[in-house]
Write a protein that binds this ligand. Structure first.
Ligand code: AVJ
Length: 357
């Protein structure tokens, strides 16, 4: 599998060993029966998590990947964030999906295989499913608990839908449990999760999605817009401290999973809009000079030194069009809310994708 550029359809169709929760055995080649859930586990191993954490903390500018936020508690805290008065993205995006769902369905087409990247609690897809009417729904999420819970909730509400849940890290080249006869693919990538990637990685990820969908395939993607920094700063540093707890939970997770001894009281949450980079940054700031052990290694912190835990890039419509075009898509349509807080784009994969790299 090449590191750069779009993958060929066949790379992603290769059928992996899978743990199935219901339904037929993994050799099945027929279209999945409606109303069933099949579960496929491609999770990163604990060894991968350990290596990534040690590498990030070992840097001169310390960093941890935002995908580490989403353990069981972190996923719950994120759900709580989406309901905060200051955190406008979730409710604004759901409003856009509700108001324009049938137009979106006209663009995406119906009776297709709908892949959702980072499905989380699947709230957004519930807003769209009635309009989109896919024949198969394929949620992909890094949190197994979230994925299974929401797949079961969805199966109850939409008994006619065949569901294939894939627990995977889509930030690296990933496989999906697709059948060769499934040629009509669409993807839904909501929540402005694309903003977690720096622009080079974002282009690469979108390029991989384009390769997965194939020429003519469509991607519906939610993208947070640049706006008044006061609104952004409040959204990532809420009055109730839920975002602070979400950020600090990274350290709790490391303490538990990697025998860490982080003192949570010795770190503070910091979030701010970096205008020059058009991104919100989240950091954990060391309140004191200290040493911390993780997986047998020692890391020293100066007073005020930070661990950079997340970037959340904000793209204006033109800037996002440029990114999408560089990844092999053509911009078809964009919807926003009346206050222009958030955008949802429909992109189509070009017939010939640009040369990778
Ligand atoms: C899930 C990446 C879209 O960047 O707004 C929310 C994560 N971080 N509050 C975002 C998040 C802090 C969120 N994304």
């Amino acid at each position: 599998m090449t590191q750069y550029g779009a993958l060929k359809r066949n790379d992603l169709e290769s059928y992996p060993d899978a743990i199935t929760d219901q339904g037929q055995g993994s050799g099945a080649r027929s279209l999945q029966a409606p109303g069933s859930i099949r579960f496929f586990d491609y999770r990163p191993t604990p060894a991968d998590v350990r290596a990534e954490v040690l590498e990030g903390l070992g840097r001169s500018v310390k960093r941890l990947s935002p995908k580490l936020f989403y353990d069981q508690r972190g996923s719950r805290l994120f759900d709580a964030i989406t309901e905060l008065p200051e955190y406008y993205p979730t409710r604004t995006e759901i409003g856009i999906l509700r108001d324009h769902g049938s137009e979106m369905a006209d663009r995406l087409g119906r009776d297709n295989v709908l892949i959702e990247l980072g499905s989380g609690s699947s709230l957004k897809i519930q807003t769209l499913l009635a309009a989109l009417q896919p024949s198969v729904y394929l949620p992909v999420d890094i949190s197994k608990e979230h994925l299974l819970e929401s797949a079961h909730a969805l199966a109850e509400r939409f008994p006619a839908l065949a569901i294939r849940a894939a627990c995977a890290d889509y930030s690296a080249p990933f496989k999906l449990p697709l059948e060769p006869e499934w040629t009509d693919l669409a993807a839904f990538f909501p929540g402005s999760s694309i903003g977690n990637f720096d622009p080079v990685d974002a282009r690469q990820l979108l390029g991989r999605v384009a390769g997965l969908l194939g020429p003519g395939g469509r991607l519906l993607i939610g993208v947070d817009l640049p706006k008044d920094p006061a609104i952004l700063n409040a959204a990532y540093d809420d009055a109730q401290g839920v975002t602070a707890a979400f950020n600090l939970n990274l350290l709790t997770r490391i303490n538990r999973e990697l025998e860490g001894d982080f003192d949570l009281d010795a770190f503070a949450h910091r979030a701010f809009f970096n205008l020059a980079e058009s991104r919100v940054e989240m950091h954990l700031v060391s309140r004191v000079e200290q040493r911390v052990r993780v997986a047998g290694e020692v890391f020293a912190f100066r007073v005020g030194e930070t661990i950079h835990t997340e970037n959340s890039y904000k793209y204006g419509i033109d800037a996002f069009h440029r990114l999408a075009e560089n990844a092999g898509f053509v911009a078809e349509q964009v919807w926003t809310d009346p206050e222009a807080l958030f955008s949802v784009h429909c992109l189509r994969v070009l017939e010939t994708t640009p040369h990778p790299g």
